[in-house]
Design a protein around this ligand. Structure first.
Ligand SMILES: Cc1cc2nc3c(=O)[nH]c(=O)nc-3n(C[C@H](O)[C@H](O)[C@H](O)COP(=O)(O)O)c2cc1C
Length: 414
């Protein structure tokens, strides 16, 4: 390991070993040591419709489960003989990050935790990790950029009316706000069927039932956050609807105008209009990665939308090696869909990703702990990644990609 790496390396202690201590931080890590513990606590603390909205996939949640099972099945072989500190810092699309971990966009995140978008933006800056705020976030891209600074990324859904005039206005706004990375989501060409939301009446316009009201009344911390923050709204959209913007008016606009995919021609137009790094989100086939590279993108986010779009889709981790192999050094490979631990991050990097993101994990943190929960999840994932790297004998993120691994269900596209 180089001297330079040693100087920047994190101290090699973790919060689960002997002598972890009795500080509030240490006690929290004993009480909620994993994302599964965090999820259990969140389930008790937020209304049922909010929990189902976050956790649910499409159809029978098969793709969501497949993402998890496939990650669990990836085996990594440790190497010994060169112990030393590990170093999780990486550069992703020109941004120096504390770890190869970022926050994926979760549209209308304020349903899960009122005020979520701003909390996540601030937590990203604190943890020095990217936050890809959504078109459908509950704070504006200008607010996000103000809070997240260099870690603010922006996810774009298309608004094709009038030759994409609103789409390109959003791109301009993101640039003026100081965002460096723009991600165009490809993988939601149609509105998917999410039975949990239908059963819970979580549709536009929202129709609360007696059960919903009871649910909200018995979720006191969530209710207090709602009273503080107000009802979640599509803040990025408000300037495009009739004044004054109403909940119903903005929601109707979103329902009728937004499309979760783009033609390659439109991605090419974005390339021409956007001087920063351009990513396409939701790539699941090497041929689509090729197309994306042909129109000049800088990053490919391998993702199946966390299992929320197509129940028969493969696990995203199972297509990652083929896509990474096809792209080679021509673009940055990002991965999301199923990340629940630092070990999962290590698995994705070992299979070809340069960086990973997680959607549900960070929102679960907010549900479990309120405002401090996103920072807690960022710390937990980073600490777990450090432990995995130490155990695997991989002192740098780059070294993870050289590990021997077994991935029985990897897709072969040939
Ligand atoms: C409740 C929810 C809402 C989401 N909304 C969006 C969105 O507005 N735009 C988008 O590109 N992806 C959206 N996603 C997908 C995430 O960005 C990300 O791809 C996915 O959550 C990754 O899987 P994970 O939750 O297992 O980490 C959403 C995911 C969830 C769970």
């Amino acid at each position: 390991m180089s001297g330079d790496l040693r100087r920047h390396a994190s101290p090699q202690k973790n919060s689960w070993g002997a002598g972890a201590g009795t500080s509030p931080e240490a006690r929290l890590r004993q009480r909620l040591p994993t994302l599964d513990d965090i999820e259990r606590r969140t389930r008790r603390r937020i209304p049922r419709f909010a929990f189902d909205f976050l956790e649910g996939g499409t159809g029978g949640d098969l793709n969501t489960k497949r993402n998890r099972q496939a990650l669990d099945a990836v085996e990594l072989v440790p190497r010994y003989g060169a112990p030393g500190p590990v170093h999780t810092e990486v550069e992703l699309l020109g941004v120096q990050c504390a770890a190869p971990i970022g926050i994926s966009p979760v549209g209308v995140d304020g349903i899960v935790w009122p005020g979520a978008t701003k909390i996540l933006a601030a937590a990203a800056a604190k943890a020095r990790i990217p936050y890809m705020a959504g078109t459908l976030a509950t704070a504006t891209i200008e607010e996000v950029a103000g809070l997240a600074g260099p870690y603010a990324w922006f996810q774009l859904y298309g608004l094709p009316a009038n030759d994409h005039s609103v789409t390109f206005d959003l791109i301009k706004r993101a640039g003026s706000a100081g965002v460096h990375v723009l991600a165009a989501t490809l993988d939601a060409p149609v509105r998917s069927k999410r039975p949990r939301d239908l059963r819970n009446g979580l549709v536009v316009p929202f129709r609360p039932t007696l059960k919903t009201i009871f649910d909200v009344a018995s979720s006191l911390p969530w209710l207090l956050a709602l009273l503080k923050e107000g009802t979640p709204a599509f803040r990025n959209m408000e300037q495009y609807v009739d004044k004054p913007p109403t909940q119903a008016g903005t929601a109707g606009f979103v329902q009728s105008q937004i499309k979760g995919t783009f033609s390659w021609d439109t991605v090419k137009r974005m390339r021409d209009a956007w001087p920063g790094a351009l990513v396409v989100k939701g790539v699941m086939h090497p041929a689509d990665a090729e197309q994306a590279i042909a129109v000049g993108v800088d990053g490919i986010l391998v993702s199946n939308h966390g299992g929320r779009q197509l129940d028969a889709a493969p696990a995203a981790i199972d297509v990652l090696p083929a896509i990474a192999g096809c792209v080679g050094t021509r673009a940055t490979i990002l991965f999301d869909s199923g990340i629940r631990s630092g070990l999962d991050v290590a698995r994705a990097i070992a299979l070809g990703a340069h960086g990973t993101l997680a959607g549900r994990a960070f929102l679960l943190g907010l549900g479990a702990l309120g405002e401090s929960g996103a920072t807690y999840v960022a710390e937990l994932l980073k600490e777990e990644l450090e432990t995995a790297m130490g155990q695997l004998g991989a002192p740098s993120v780059d070294m993870l990609s050289r590990l021997t691994r077994r991935h029985r269900d990897a897709f072969d596209f040939t």
